[in-house]
Design a protein around this ligand. Structure first.
Ligand code: PMP
Length: 386
Protein backbone atom coordinates (compact mmCIF):
# COMPACT_ATOMS: atom_id res chain seq x y z
CA UNK A 1 0.00 0.00 0.00
CA UNK A 2 1.12 3.53 -0.74
CA UNK A 3 1.77 5.25 2.60
CA UNK A 4 -0.86 7.97 2.88
CA UNK A 5 0.35 11.39 4.03
CA UNK A 6 -2.39 13.56 2.60
CA UNK A 7 -4.83 13.79 5.50
CA UNK A 8 -5.31 17.54 5.11
CA UNK A 9 -6.96 16.69 1.78
CA UNK A 10 -9.07 13.87 3.20
CA UNK A 11 -8.91 11.30 5.98
CA UNK A 12 -9.90 7.63 5.78
CA UNK A 13 -13.36 6.89 7.16
CA UNK A 14 -13.09 5.38 10.63
CA UNK A 15 -14.43 1.79 10.67
CA UNK A 16 -17.01 2.75 13.32
CA UNK A 17 -18.21 5.56 11.06
CA UNK A 18 -18.41 3.25 8.05
CA UNK A 19 -20.37 0.71 10.07
CA UNK A 20 -22.82 3.34 11.30
CA UNK A 21 -23.46 4.53 7.75
CA UNK A 22 -23.90 1.01 6.37
CA UNK A 23 -26.26 0.16 9.23
CA UNK A 24 -28.30 3.32 8.65
CA UNK A 25 -28.61 2.59 4.95
CA UNK A 26 -29.81 -0.96 5.68
CA UNK A 27 -32.08 -0.16 8.60
CA UNK A 28 -35.72 -0.46 7.45
CA UNK A 29 -36.61 1.92 10.27
CA UNK A 30 -34.45 4.72 8.88
CA UNK A 31 -35.62 4.96 5.29
CA UNK A 32 -38.25 7.67 5.71
CA UNK A 33 -37.69 11.34 5.01
CA UNK A 34 -36.48 12.86 8.30
CA UNK A 35 -38.78 15.85 7.64
CA UNK A 36 -41.90 13.66 7.53
CA UNK A 37 -44.16 13.81 10.54
CA UNK A 38 -45.16 10.15 10.63
CA UNK A 39 -43.49 7.70 12.95
CA UNK A 40 -40.76 6.42 10.55
CA UNK A 41 -39.96 10.04 9.67
CA UNK A 42 -39.64 10.92 13.31
CA UNK A 43 -37.34 7.94 13.89
CA UNK A 44 -35.02 9.15 11.15
CA UNK A 45 -35.21 12.70 12.49
CA UNK A 46 -34.28 11.51 15.98
CA UNK A 47 -31.07 9.97 14.62
CA UNK A 48 -30.25 13.13 12.68
CA UNK A 49 -30.76 15.15 15.86
CA UNK A 50 -28.52 12.79 17.86
CA UNK A 51 -25.82 13.27 15.22
CA UNK A 52 -26.32 17.03 15.33
CA UNK A 53 -25.79 16.89 19.10
CA UNK A 54 -22.44 15.10 18.61
CA UNK A 55 -21.32 17.77 16.15
CA UNK A 56 -22.44 20.49 18.56
CA UNK A 57 -20.48 18.87 21.41
CA UNK A 58 -17.32 18.78 19.30
CA UNK A 59 -17.36 22.57 19.02
CA UNK A 60 -19.01 23.55 22.32
CA UNK A 61 -22.30 24.63 20.70
CA UNK A 62 -25.97 23.99 21.38
CA UNK A 63 -27.67 21.39 19.22
CA UNK A 64 -29.98 23.86 17.48
CA UNK A 65 -27.01 25.96 16.38
CA UNK A 66 -25.74 23.36 13.89
CA UNK A 67 -26.95 23.17 10.28
CA UNK A 68 -25.91 20.23 8.10
CA UNK A 69 -24.49 21.10 4.67
CA UNK A 70 -22.80 19.19 1.87
CA UNK A 71 -19.36 20.08 3.22
CA UNK A 72 -17.26 23.04 4.24
CA UNK A 73 -17.26 24.63 0.81
CA UNK A 74 -21.00 25.05 1.13
CA UNK A 75 -20.76 26.03 4.80
CA UNK A 76 -18.18 28.72 3.99
CA UNK A 77 -20.26 30.05 1.09
CA UNK A 78 -23.41 30.12 3.21
CA UNK A 79 -21.66 31.84 6.11
CA UNK A 80 -19.90 34.49 4.06
CA UNK A 81 -22.32 35.28 1.26
CA UNK A 82 -25.32 34.66 3.52
CA UNK A 83 -24.13 36.92 6.33
CA UNK A 84 -22.81 39.67 4.06
CA UNK A 85 -26.04 39.84 2.11
CA UNK A 86 -28.28 39.67 5.16
CA UNK A 87 -26.33 42.49 6.82
CA UNK A 88 -25.78 44.60 3.72
CA UNK A 89 -28.14 47.26 5.06
CA UNK A 90 -25.72 47.82 7.97
CA UNK A 91 -22.62 48.10 5.80
CA UNK A 92 -20.76 46.56 2.92
CA UNK A 93 -17.22 46.22 4.28
CA UNK A 94 -15.75 42.78 5.01
CA UNK A 95 -12.41 41.53 6.33
CA UNK A 96 -10.57 38.29 5.63
CA UNK A 97 -7.06 36.98 5.17
CA UNK A 98 -5.22 36.50 1.90
CA UNK A 99 -4.16 32.97 2.92
CA UNK A 100 -7.65 31.54 3.40
CA UNK A 101 -8.88 28.44 1.59
CA UNK A 102 -10.37 29.01 -1.85
CA UNK A 103 -13.84 28.23 -0.55
CA UNK A 104 -13.50 31.41 1.54
CA UNK A 105 -11.52 33.52 -0.91
CA UNK A 106 -13.90 33.01 -3.84
CA UNK A 107 -17.11 33.96 -1.99
CA UNK A 108 -15.38 37.19 -0.93
CA UNK A 109 -14.31 37.80 -4.54
CA UNK A 110 -17.88 37.30 -5.65
CA UNK A 111 -19.06 39.81 -3.05
CA UNK A 112 -16.41 42.28 -4.24
CA UNK A 113 -17.82 41.93 -7.74
CA UNK A 114 -21.21 42.80 -6.26
CA UNK A 115 -19.89 46.05 -4.80
CA UNK A 116 -18.78 44.96 -1.33
CA UNK A 117 -15.38 46.21 -0.12
CA UNK A 118 -13.02 43.55 1.23
CA UNK A 119 -9.86 44.15 3.27
CA UNK A 120 -7.44 41.28 2.64
CA UNK A 121 -5.09 40.89 5.62
CA UNK A 122 -1.60 39.63 4.83
CA UNK A 123 0.21 37.48 7.40
CA UNK A 124 3.89 37.72 8.35
CA UNK A 125 6.47 35.43 6.76
CA UNK A 126 5.58 32.65 9.18
CA UNK A 127 1.90 32.76 8.30
CA UNK A 128 0.68 34.54 11.44
CA UNK A 129 -1.27 37.73 11.51
CA UNK A 130 -1.86 39.72 14.65
CA UNK A 131 -5.28 40.41 16.14
CA UNK A 132 -4.28 44.09 16.02
CA UNK A 133 -4.30 43.82 12.21
CA UNK A 134 -7.96 42.84 12.43
CA UNK A 135 -8.70 45.66 14.86
CA UNK A 136 -7.03 48.16 12.52
CA UNK A 137 -9.03 46.89 9.54
CA UNK A 138 -12.45 47.36 11.16
CA UNK A 139 -14.58 50.29 9.98
CA UNK A 140 -18.00 51.52 11.04
CA UNK A 141 -19.51 49.74 8.02
CA UNK A 142 -17.74 46.38 8.62
CA UNK A 143 -20.24 43.55 9.01
CA UNK A 144 -18.17 40.36 8.84
CA UNK A 145 -14.66 39.06 9.55
CA UNK A 146 -13.63 35.58 8.40
CA UNK A 147 -10.42 33.88 9.58
CA UNK A 148 -9.42 30.23 9.45
CA UNK A 149 -8.29 28.51 12.64
CA UNK A 150 -5.68 26.23 11.04
CA UNK A 151 -4.21 26.86 7.62
CA UNK A 152 -4.67 23.91 5.28
CA UNK A 153 -1.27 24.31 3.60
CA UNK A 154 1.06 25.18 6.47
CA UNK A 155 -0.92 24.12 9.54
CA UNK A 156 -0.33 27.55 11.11
CA UNK A 157 -2.79 28.32 13.93
CA UNK A 158 -4.20 31.82 14.33
CA UNK A 159 -5.13 33.44 17.65
CA UNK A 160 -8.83 32.97 16.98
CA UNK A 161 -10.02 33.81 20.51
CA UNK A 162 -8.28 37.20 20.45
CA UNK A 163 -9.64 38.01 17.00
CA UNK A 164 -13.12 36.88 18.06
CA UNK A 165 -13.04 39.12 21.12
CA UNK A 166 -12.18 42.12 18.94
CA UNK A 167 -15.05 41.36 16.56
CA UNK A 168 -17.54 40.78 19.36
CA UNK A 169 -16.60 44.07 21.03
CA UNK A 170 -17.07 45.86 17.71
CA UNK A 171 -20.40 44.17 16.99
CA UNK A 172 -19.02 42.54 13.85
CA UNK A 173 -19.89 38.94 12.90
CA UNK A 174 -16.97 36.52 13.12
CA UNK A 175 -16.74 33.44 10.90
CA UNK A 176 -14.14 30.71 11.46
CA UNK A 177 -13.18 28.05 8.93
CA UNK A 178 -12.30 25.31 11.42
CA UNK A 179 -12.05 22.51 8.84
CA UNK A 180 -8.42 21.64 9.54
CA UNK A 181 -8.81 22.13 13.29
CA UNK A 182 -11.47 19.50 13.94
CA UNK A 183 -9.94 16.52 15.74
CA UNK A 184 -6.57 18.27 15.87
CA UNK A 185 -7.04 21.45 17.90
CA UNK A 186 -9.65 22.18 20.57
CA UNK A 187 -12.63 24.10 19.16
CA UNK A 188 -14.89 26.08 21.48
CA UNK A 189 -17.20 28.49 19.72
CA UNK A 190 -17.86 30.41 22.96
CA UNK A 191 -14.20 30.90 23.89
CA UNK A 192 -13.54 31.97 20.29
CA UNK A 193 -16.55 34.33 20.23
CA UNK A 194 -17.38 32.71 16.89
CA UNK A 195 -20.74 33.57 15.34
CA UNK A 196 -20.31 31.20 12.40
CA UNK A 197 -18.00 28.18 12.09
CA UNK A 198 -17.53 25.66 9.27
CA UNK A 199 -16.69 21.95 9.44
CA UNK A 200 -16.26 19.14 6.92
CA UNK A 201 -16.73 15.54 8.09
CA UNK A 202 -14.17 13.92 5.79
CA UNK A 203 -11.34 15.90 7.41
CA UNK A 204 -11.88 14.06 10.69
CA UNK A 205 -12.50 10.49 9.58
CA UNK A 206 -16.12 11.03 8.58
CA UNK A 207 -17.67 10.60 5.13
CA UNK A 208 -17.23 12.98 2.20
CA UNK A 209 -20.20 15.04 1.12
CA UNK A 210 -21.38 16.24 4.51
CA UNK A 211 -20.36 19.17 6.66
CA UNK A 212 -21.87 21.63 9.05
CA UNK A 213 -22.24 25.32 9.71
CA UNK A 214 -22.51 26.54 13.27
CA UNK A 215 -24.62 29.68 13.65
CA UNK A 216 -24.62 31.36 17.03
CA UNK A 217 -28.21 31.67 18.21
CA UNK A 218 -27.90 35.21 19.46
CA UNK A 219 -25.62 36.82 16.96
CA UNK A 220 -26.05 35.23 13.58
CA UNK A 221 -29.27 33.28 13.44
CA UNK A 222 -30.17 35.08 10.30
CA UNK A 223 -28.11 34.70 7.17
CA UNK A 224 -29.51 34.81 3.67
CA UNK A 225 -29.85 31.18 2.48
CA UNK A 226 -28.04 30.24 -0.71
CA UNK A 227 -30.78 27.78 -1.67
CA UNK A 228 -34.52 28.18 -1.45
CA UNK A 229 -37.24 25.61 -1.71
CA UNK A 230 -37.78 24.01 1.66
CA UNK A 231 -37.92 24.57 5.40
CA UNK A 232 -35.26 22.02 6.39
CA UNK A 233 -32.41 23.18 8.65
CA UNK A 234 -34.32 26.32 9.70
CA UNK A 235 -34.77 27.02 5.96
CA UNK A 236 -31.08 27.97 5.93
CA UNK A 237 -30.25 24.85 3.97
CA UNK A 238 -33.38 23.53 2.34
CA UNK A 239 -33.39 20.03 0.90
CA UNK A 240 -33.80 16.58 2.44
CA UNK A 241 -31.12 15.91 5.03
CA UNK A 242 -29.03 12.84 4.14
CA UNK A 243 -29.76 10.73 7.21
CA UNK A 244 -26.87 8.30 6.78
CA UNK A 245 -24.35 11.08 6.08
CA UNK A 246 -25.43 13.01 9.16
CA UNK A 247 -25.21 9.84 11.25
CA UNK A 248 -21.70 9.18 9.95
CA UNK A 249 -20.62 12.73 10.71
CA UNK A 250 -22.07 12.38 14.20
CA UNK A 251 -20.00 9.27 14.94
CA UNK A 252 -16.87 10.93 13.53
CA UNK A 253 -17.54 13.98 15.72
CA UNK A 254 -17.97 11.81 18.81
CA UNK A 255 -14.67 10.04 18.10
CA UNK A 256 -12.93 13.37 17.53
CA UNK A 257 -14.27 14.68 20.83
CA UNK A 258 -13.21 11.53 22.70
CA UNK A 259 -9.74 11.43 21.16
CA UNK A 260 -8.71 15.09 21.28
CA UNK A 261 -6.62 14.39 24.41
CA UNK A 262 -4.72 11.55 22.73
CA UNK A 263 -4.51 11.80 18.94
CA UNK A 264 -2.89 15.23 18.50
CA UNK A 265 0.11 14.37 20.72
CA UNK A 266 0.69 11.14 18.85
CA UNK A 267 0.32 12.76 15.45
CA UNK A 268 2.59 15.64 16.45
CA UNK A 269 5.29 13.20 17.59
CA UNK A 270 5.17 11.43 14.21
CA UNK A 271 5.17 14.73 12.29
CA UNK A 272 8.12 16.03 14.31
CA UNK A 273 10.00 12.77 13.79
CA UNK A 274 9.55 13.27 10.05
CA UNK A 275 10.85 16.83 10.25
CA UNK A 276 13.85 15.67 12.31
CA UNK A 277 14.70 13.26 9.51
CA UNK A 278 14.28 15.89 6.80
CA UNK A 279 15.76 19.03 8.29
CA UNK A 280 19.29 17.68 8.10
CA UNK A 281 19.12 17.76 4.28
CA UNK A 282 20.70 21.00 3.05
CA UNK A 283 18.17 23.22 1.29
CA UNK A 284 15.07 21.75 2.93
CA UNK A 285 13.12 24.67 4.40
CA UNK A 286 10.12 24.64 6.72
CA UNK A 287 7.15 26.73 5.59
CA UNK A 288 5.05 28.34 8.30
CA UNK A 289 5.62 29.07 11.95
CA UNK A 290 7.81 26.39 13.59
CA UNK A 291 5.71 26.15 16.78
CA UNK A 292 2.31 27.67 16.17
CA UNK A 293 1.19 24.81 13.95
CA UNK A 294 -1.48 22.17 14.28
CA UNK A 295 -0.15 18.66 14.86
CA UNK A 296 -0.73 17.16 11.44
CA UNK A 297 0.94 19.30 8.76
CA UNK A 298 4.55 19.58 7.63
CA UNK A 299 5.09 21.89 4.67
CA UNK A 300 8.57 22.16 3.21
CA UNK A 301 10.26 23.69 0.21
CA UNK A 302 13.26 22.03 -1.37
CA UNK A 303 15.82 24.42 -2.84
CA UNK A 304 16.70 23.51 -6.38
CA UNK A 305 14.14 20.77 -6.85
CA UNK A 306 11.14 21.39 -9.03
CA UNK A 307 7.84 20.43 -7.37
CA UNK A 308 6.49 18.37 -10.24
CA UNK A 309 9.72 16.32 -10.48
CA UNK A 310 9.74 15.88 -6.72
CA UNK A 311 6.21 14.51 -6.74
CA UNK A 312 7.11 12.20 -9.59
CA UNK A 313 10.16 10.93 -7.73
CA UNK A 314 7.96 10.46 -4.65
CA UNK A 315 5.21 8.56 -6.40
CA UNK A 316 5.41 5.72 -3.88
CA UNK A 317 4.02 8.10 -1.25
CA UNK A 318 0.64 9.88 -1.22
CA UNK A 319 1.52 13.53 -0.55
CA UNK A 320 0.68 16.75 -2.26
CA UNK A 321 1.99 20.11 -3.25
CA UNK A 322 0.79 23.35 -1.77
CA UNK A 323 -2.93 23.46 -1.39
CA UNK A 324 -3.59 19.97 -2.30
CA UNK A 325 -7.29 19.60 -2.03
CA UNK A 326 -7.60 20.76 -5.59
CA UNK A 327 -4.10 21.20 -6.78
CA UNK A 328 -3.25 19.73 -10.05
CA UNK A 329 -2.40 23.19 -11.30
CA UNK A 330 1.21 24.10 -11.73
CA UNK A 331 0.67 27.57 -10.25
CA UNK A 332 2.84 28.31 -7.23
CA UNK A 333 0.83 28.30 -4.02
CA UNK A 334 -0.59 31.77 -3.28
CA UNK A 335 -0.40 30.95 0.44
CA UNK A 336 3.36 30.43 0.29
CA UNK A 337 3.65 33.55 -1.82
CA UNK A 338 2.06 35.54 0.95
CA UNK A 339 4.63 34.07 3.32
CA UNK A 340 7.27 35.66 1.12
CA UNK A 341 8.47 32.50 -0.63
CA UNK A 342 9.74 32.99 -4.19
CA UNK A 343 7.84 31.42 -7.10
CA UNK A 344 10.54 28.80 -7.33
CA UNK A 345 10.37 27.82 -3.65
CA UNK A 346 6.58 27.93 -3.66
CA UNK A 347 6.65 25.57 -6.65
CA UNK A 348 9.01 23.19 -4.87
CA UNK A 349 6.79 22.89 -1.81
CA UNK A 350 5.48 19.62 -0.48
CA UNK A 351 2.79 19.10 2.11
CA UNK A 352 2.90 16.05 4.32
CA UNK A 353 -0.21 15.69 6.45
CA UNK A 354 -0.63 12.97 9.03
CA UNK A 355 -3.38 11.31 11.05
CA UNK A 356 -3.83 8.78 13.81
CA UNK A 357 -3.64 6.00 11.23
CA UNK A 358 0.04 6.69 10.33
CA UNK A 359 2.86 4.63 11.84
CA UNK A 360 6.53 5.29 12.70
CA UNK A 361 7.51 2.78 9.98
CA UNK A 362 5.64 4.84 7.38
CA UNK A 363 7.39 8.00 8.58
CA UNK A 364 10.74 6.27 8.15
CA UNK A 365 9.77 5.10 4.67
CA UNK A 366 8.68 8.58 3.58
CA UNK A 367 11.85 10.14 4.96
CA UNK A 368 13.99 7.62 3.06
CA UNK A 369 12.05 8.22 -0.16
CA UNK A 370 12.46 11.97 0.13
CA UNK A 371 16.18 11.71 0.84
CA UNK A 372 16.58 9.50 -2.22
CA UNK A 373 14.40 11.77 -4.39
CA UNK A 374 16.36 14.89 -3.49
CA UNK A 375 19.69 13.14 -4.04
CA UNK A 376 18.49 11.96 -7.44
CA UNK A 377 17.09 15.30 -8.55
CA UNK A 378 20.18 17.17 -7.47
CA UNK A 379 22.37 14.71 -9.35
CA UNK A 380 20.48 15.22 -12.60
CA UNK A 381 19.77 18.94 -12.14
CA UNK A 382 21.49 21.31 -14.56
CA UNK A 383 24.54 23.02 -13.06
CA UNK A 384 23.63 26.04 -11.01
CA UNK A 385 20.09 24.99 -10.27
CA UNK A 386 20.82 23.29 -6.96
N1 PMP B 1 -11.58 24.92 4.25
C1 PMP B 1 -10.40 24.31 4.44
C2 PMP B 1 -9.40 24.94 5.34
C3 PMP B 1 -10.13 23.10 3.79
O1 PMP B 1 -8.95 22.51 3.97
C4 PMP B 1 -11.11 22.54 2.94
C5 PMP B 1 -10.87 21.24 2.20
N2 PMP B 1 -9.82 21.26 1.32
C6 PMP B 1 -12.34 23.21 2.78
C7 PMP B 1 -12.54 24.39 3.46
C8 PMP B 1 -13.43 22.68 1.89
O2 PMP B 1 -13.93 21.48 2.37
P1 PMP B 1 -14.79 20.51 1.41
O3 PMP B 1 -13.94 20.25 0.21
O4 PMP B 1 -15.02 19.30 2.21
O5 PMP B 1 -16.03 21.25 1.06
Amino acid sequence: MTPYFDHAASTPVDPLVARSIAAALQDPGLQANPASVHRPGRMAAARVEAARAEVATLIGAQVDEVVFTSGATEANNLAIIGAAQFRAGGGRHLVTCATEHRSVVEPFRRLEAQGFKVTWLVPDDQGIFGPEQVAAALRPDTTLVSVMQVNNETGVVQDIAAIGAICRAAGVLFHVDAVQAAGREPIDVRKMSADLLSLSAHKFHGPKGVGALFLDREHSRRVEPLLVGGAQEHALRPGTVATHQAIGMGVAARLATERIGVDPDRIRALRDALWTRLQCVPGVLLNGHPQRRACHILNISVVGAEGESLLLALRRVAISRGSACASNDAEPSPVLHHLGRSDELARSSLRFSLARTNTPAEVEFVAEELHAAIRHLRRVAPAGVV
